[in-house]
Design a protein around this ligand. Structure first.
Ligand code: NAD
Length: 300
């Protein structure tokens, strides 16, 4: 299949590589010439604009940093909608607010094009391994068309509902993850301060009612889970800046829906303070350092 792939960064490039490996012909566009050159050597074709990439494509995929990039890549004069053929399926995999993708989809519908949102979880490791989870917002026909192609980049392809619901699923999950990590951090640091062995405490939590993914798989206390970022200096996981971006999307969506997100707002401020201290590049589980005594700073 001829696929236009636009946005070839940390996530997009390995996703595109998996599609090339699966035998698709890719029209590639990004502002970064180096990545275009690298992917062209694997067999892709370099395009001069999103419009150029979309022309003649049988499917269009975008993977961009934020909503402003999505709007410009899709809606500008030289954007995707200026080049895409009528009836060609299209999907944006960026993590953005639900309203932006609904606006793009509404503009596309005027010219007979159905657009889906399919944000992902699984990080760069999942993008490389082809094991991403895609949370897809699309009409049923478009979902059926996209499913086999997304399955070449991911393991779980979940239909969440109509366009925009993929983003809703993603931001609600990450809102809860941000809060649960703060909760586990608070409990682990309190236990330590009161004098219990943290591995004993983690064992109790993980066999009791406090158990959650943040305590069991990704415990923020160093040494509890050997594979967790906490056990390697909070490197190589899900950066606090990315979590802050998702919390911003969640709190803004909540504002638009007049819905309170009290704990989410507190968590957002804690990660904001972490970022302001210069720790935004660390894994988000380093939020536990907001609770740990300076006396053990050297261990962080
Ligand atoms: P990135 O910044 O590494 O890549 C974005 C790419 O888009 C870059 O190559 C950039 O040059 C390109 N780009 C920007 N503006 C463009 C334009 N106008 N035209 C063409 N290309 C343009 O970002 P990423 O880490 O690949 O993330 C992409 C999306 O996936 C984001 O929305 C992010 O929140 C989401 N996401 C990232 C991760 C992760 O672990 N990195 C995990 C899940 C979801």
């Amino acid at each position: 299949m001829k696929i236009a792939f636009i946005g070839l960064g940390n996530m997009g490039a390995p996703m595109a590589r998996n599609l090339i490996k699966a035998g698709h012909a890719l029209n590639l566009f990004d502002l970064n010439q180096a990545v275009l050159k690298e992917l062209a050597e694997l067999g892709g074709t370099i395009s001069s604009s999103p419009r150029d990439a979309a022309q003649g494509a049988e499917l269009v995929i975008t993977m961009l940093p934020a909503a402003a990039h999505v709007r410009s890549v899709w809606l500008n004069e030289d954007g995707v909608l200026a080049g895409i053929g009528k009836g060609v399926p299209a999907v944006d995999c960026s993590t953005i607010d639900p309203q932006t993708i609904r606006d793009v989809a509404a503009a596309a519908a005027k010219q007979g094009v159905a657009v889906a949102d399919a944000p992902v979880s699984g990080g760069t490791g999942g993008a490389q391994a082809g094991t991403l989870t895609f949370m897809v917002g699309a009409n049923p026909e478009l979902f059926a068309t996209l499913q086999p192609v997304l399955a070449q980049m991911g393991r779980n392809i979940v239909h969440c509902g109509k366009v925009g619901t993929g983003q809703i699923a993603k931001i609600c999950n990450n809102l809860l993850l941000a809060i649960s990590m703060v909760g586990v951090s608070e409990a682990m640091a309190l236990g330590d301060a009161l004098g219990i062995d943290t591995s004993v405490l983690a064992g109790i939590i993980n066999s009791s009612t406090g158990r959650c993914w943040s305590s069991e798989m990704y415990n923020p206390w160093p040494g509890i889970v050997e594979t967790a970022p906490a056990s390697r200096g909070y490197t190589g996981g899900f950066g606090a800046e990315l979590m802050l971006k998702d919390l911003g999307l969640a709190t803004e969506a909540a504002r638009q829906a007049h819905q309170p997100v009290v704990l989410g707002a507190v968590a957002q401020q804690l990660y904001q303070a972490m970022s302001q201290r210069g720790d935004g590049g660390k894994d988000f589980s380093a939020i536990i350092n907001s609770y740990r005594k300076p006396a053990i700073e050297g261990q962080r």
